[in-house]
Design a protein around this ligand. Structure first.
Ligand SMILES: [Cu+2]
Length: 110
């Protein structure tokens, strides 16, 4: 059982799936990102940078999650995800592909 949700920007759709559900505080885990263009085509050669934090607390992530594997067909493994307190978090996934760069914001209430 995974926790999964879709977020969109103008250029990309990102569905994240967490390896743990519900996401537990202070537990290191991984996500799978499924990245598509806005018309639903898998993005197979994306450069992905992940940032995030809690806007209300003015702090970032306690770790530096990174894509560690391109799984093909638009899917990417992200390791090093950990949230250290409950509340509202944003994960900002910046995708660069086909000469386009755009950031998808994933909202999480933990
Ligand atoms: Cu906080």
């Amino acid at each position: 059982m995974v926790m999964s949700a879709l977020a969109e920007s103008d250029a990309f759709q990102v569905t994240y799936s967490s390896a743990i559900n519900p996401i537990a505080i202070n537990k290191m885990h991984e996500w799978i990102l499924d990245i598509k263009t806005s018309d639903g085509t898998p993005v197979t050669d994306a450069e992905v940078v992940i940032n995030g934090g809690m806007p209300a607390h003015n702090h970032g992530l306690p770790t530096s999650p990174k894509v560690t594997q391109n799984l093909g067909q638009g899917k990417y493994r992200v390791e090093g995800v950990r949230f250290h307190m409950s509340g509202y978090w944003e994960m900002r996934v910046t995708v660069k592909a086909n000469g386009i760069e755009d950031t998808v914001v994933i909202s999480l209430e933990l």
